[in-house]
Design a binder for this molecule. Structure first.
Ligand SMILES: C[S@@+](CC[C@H](N)C(=O)[O-])C[C@H]1O[C@@H](n2cnc3c(N)ncnc32)[C@H](O)[C@@H]1O
Length: 245
């Protein structure tokens, strides 16, 4: 993936504005024209550990050793784990997100997209994908390809800690219609094609995959990974602790 041009870094710009204390919101546009604006979006990426939801705190406690934080955003998980003494590398496709990581004291943060993740064998003990970032795996096929790569770069007892939301836990007619549209065009129901907008900045379109627990288990088959534990929230979000099979 080519590095984002400044005008495409909508994610980074919303985080940068939030970091500077400006009023922010997160606008996500889906390819069926559905638009959602969340005033919490960017603020969530700066939450202190004490303010994270309980299920997220519980999940992140499983992280050990050398950690790769994929789509680290403004670095809240990287910073927490670094403070605990873990050796963390945060990566994000947004140059501005990585700039913020540096400013808040993260020692190792790099502009890199998930598609570029390729390290020497046994480079990490834990990969974390928080804030629904299981979604960055994009599609059924792409997820399987990347998971096999993650298998190579992690240690024998490596773990993936990944959060997502159950696609089917919704009754919103527009979402149910979108699931049907996706299935008709040969995509998984929750393979969202979205882009982020902030002020005059417009991000690139990308596929963000949200899955049920059953679908996640299907994706993992034959990749060398299996579910160790699901950690539920009080809504459709959940976190999977994934171990080597
Ligand atoms: C929903 S935010 C989550 C941020 C952080 N993990 C958290 O929970 O606070 C998603 C992040 O993924 C990054 N991102 C989007 N596409 C990416 C890609 N292809 N590779 C790496 N990072 C990506 C965005 O720039 C953004 O910072």
């Amino acid at each position: 993936m080519k590095e984002l041009k400044s005008e495409e870094d909508a994610f980074g710009q919303e985080m940068w504005a939030c970091y500077r204390g400006e009023r922010t919101s997160e606008i996500v546009e889906r390819d069926d024209g559905y638009v959602e604006a969340s005033p919490y979006g960017p603020k969530m990426y700066f939450l202190e550990y004490e303010d994270w939801p309980v299920f997220e705190r519980k999940a992140v406690e499983s992280a050990k050793g050398r950690v790769l934080d994929i789509g680290c955003g403004a670095g809240r998980h990287s910073l927490h784990l670094q403070k605990k003494g873990l050796n963390v590398l945060g990566i994000d496709s947004s140059p501005l997100a990585i700039k913020i990581c540096g400013l808040i004291g993260i020692k190792k943060a790099r502009v890199m997209s998930i598609e570029e993740v390729d390290f020497k064998p046994d480079s990490f003990d834990t990969i974390i994908m928080m804030g629904n970032n299981f979604g960055l795996l994009g599609s059924f096929e792409k997820a399987r390809k990347l998971l096999k790569r993650f298998h190579k770069i992690t240690s024998k007892n490596g773990l993936i800690i990944a959060s997502t939301r159950d696609t089917y836990k919704t009754e919103i007619p527009d979402h149910l219609e979108y699931h049907r549209l996706n299935r008709k065009r040969g995509r998984m129901s929750g393979q969202l094609r979205i882009r982020v907008r902030f002020r005059k900045y417009v991000g690139r379109w990308f596929d963000y995959l949200i899955v049920s627990k059953k679908e996640m288990q299907e994706i993992l088959k034959g990749t060398g990974w299996k579910i160790k534990e699901f950690i539920d929230s009080d809504n459709s979000e959940y976190i999977a602790i994934i171990e080597k099979s």
